[in-house]
Design a protein around this ligand. Structure first.
Ligand code: HEM
Length: 469
């Protein structure tokens, strides 16, 4: 299964007529059996450690320094882990908890047990699909502002698609979570704070592999402290304003505050409210930004897919801007986003720590083992997706459905992403609004390299030129 160290990753990208195999790490072909090198390699690039045989329908187990690691790449076994035996596998790994606890405290993304059980329905409610038409207006307006900003640039201007999309989705989630009164400067400060936090923390906790079941705390360097303080100060101020009745009426934070006032037994104090607000902000903007950025890359290299996208937008919307109410008719736009999420799942690893001994498929699992479900592998397994490395949005047209538990960009089971509808609609709508007016073009010679940290992004972003349609 997992391989030994390789100094650098070879990236494969092929185009032949209308067959496009977008950038991915080549299969590992070197010598195995060197655990320390493996951990170091994984720390550098978690996508370059997989052999061809890992992209198969199976459950496999290995031991690293006495720590069992189980890779679950079979739909039935995934169902067992995330749904049937959810209680035994609900706990995030020490890597994830340690990496995010400084920033998110007991926020939903990393909580478990009673805290998770109590908070999950609250977060479900505030991002509930009934509220989507309201959030849809924020999406339409914010993407419209981006169109106007791009229109003010010269034809052929160069921008970095990743930074542009991160700005767009941060603004959408900031307005939805915190209300309009956050202001551009504060929204930017929070978003930059998150970015520097991600860059500073390490997603592999070496202590866990050295025998500490709970991992070791992340070193809180002055730089890390500064980025956390920046974020907390702004979010605390918003929460306090909301508590004092000075908040935006429909924002997500306001809903949380009202919940707390109705049910004081929930004990959502300022810190708990901040943790949940920060969690939604973090979980909700980075992922959608990555999705949109990958979609621009794919469209830029597959103009025949882009042409069909433009044809659909023009047919459904005519001259007016695409709106939330058009989403049901934008089936090709949706298929492009779903195929993007298959090839580049923004959360490419779902990692859990087993509470008790268990058995997954044919594999006996020890307590505290690391369980890895890897959408990156699963979504590229031929048995579930023929021509798995090729970009083919038609797989997701109405009437086509992936095998249950073979396509899980939003995870599945009780811990499924509560922002699924929000994120999916946001990505489709923003894509349609921007693509109606612009073509984004990536330079032919630019080498795109998927990079896996907490999320899967193109290393260094994607420089593109903007062309009016
Ligand atoms: C394309 C966009 C998105 C993708 C691909 C995505 C994916 C995911 C995945 C895979 C998880 C589970 C992680 C794990 O179990 O280890 C998750 C959890 C979560 N997501 Fe999303 N997400 C997206 C957008 C959003 C949005 C827009 C929001 C909020 C508005 C959001 C809020 C959350 C929260 C709060 C959790 C933690 C849930 C829990 O642990 O119970 N996500 N997301």
């Amino acid at each position: 299964m997992l391989a030994g160290l390789k100094p650098s990753t070879d990236i494969v990208e092929r185009r032949d007529g209308q067959r496009f195999e977008p950038a991915h790490s080549d299969y590992y072909r070197g010598r195995g059996g060197r655990p320390l090198k493996l951990i170091l390699q994984a720390r550098h690039d978690l996508l370059s450690i997989w052999r061809e045989g890992d992209y198969r329908d199976k459950v496999s187990s290995m031991t690293l320094f006495g720590r069992q690691l189980v890779v679950v790449n079979s739909p039935e076994a995934i169902r067992y882990v995330v749904a049937k035996r959810h209680e035994n596998f609900e706990r995030k790994t020490p890597q994830m908890r340690r990496a995010l606890e400084f920033l998110l405290g007991d926020g939903l993304f990393i909580s478990d047990g009673e805290t998770w059980k109590q908070r999950r329905p609250l977060v479900n409610d505030i991002v509930h699909k009934n509220r989507l038409p309201f959030f849809g207006k924020i999406m339409e307006q914010t993407a419209g502002e981006m169109v106007r900003r791009w229109e003010s640039l010269a034809e052929g201007a160069t921008v970095n698609a990743l930074f542009e999309m991160a700005g767009l989705t941060a603004e959408i989630i900031a307005r939805s979570v915190f209300g309009r009164d956050l202001g551009e400067d504060a929204a930017n400060a929070v978003s930059e704070g998150f970015e520097s936090y991600q860059a500073l923390i390490d997603s592999i906790n070496i202590g866990y592999f050295l025998g500490f079941d709970e991992g070791l705390p992340v070193l809180r360097t002055p730089k890390l402290r500064r980025s956390v303080k920046r974020i907390h100060t702004i979010i605390d101020k918003v929460v306090e304003d909301h508590l004092a009745g000075r908040g935006d009426h429909d924002s997500m934070v306001e809903l949380l505050v009202r919940r707390q006032q109705r049910s004081p037994e929930l004990k959502l104090d300022v810190v708990a409210l901040r943790n949940e607000a920060a969690t939604i902000f973090m979980a909700g903007h980075e992922t959608t930004a990555a999705t949109l950025t990958w979609a621009w890359y794919l469209l830029s290299r597959a103009p025949w897919v882009e042409e069909r996208l433009h044809e659909e937008i023009d047919r459904v919307c005519g001259g007016r801007a695409p709106a939330f109410d058009d989403l049901d008719d934008l089936v090709w736009c949706k298929a492009v986003i779903e195929e993007t999420l298959r090839l580049y799942p923004p959360v490419p690893f779902l990692a859990r720590q087993a509470r008790e001994a268990d058995r997954i498929g044919e594999v006996d699992v020890k307590p505290a083992s690391l369980i890895l479900i890897v959408p990156w592998l699963l979504h590229r397994t031929e048995a579930f997706f023929p021509d798995a490395h090729l970009f083919k949005p038609e797989r997701f047209l109405p009437g086509q459905k992936p095998i249950p538990y073979s396509y899980i960009p939003f995870a599945s089971g009780p811990r499924v992403c509560p922002g699924l509808q929000f994120g999916l609609n946001e990505a489709v709508l923003c894509l349609a609004i921007l693509a109606q007016r612009f073509r984004l073009r990536l330079a032919e010679e630019h080498k795109v390299e998927p990079q896996c940290r907490l999320t899967l992004r193109p290393r260094g972003g994607i420089p593109v030129t903007l062309h009016r349609r």
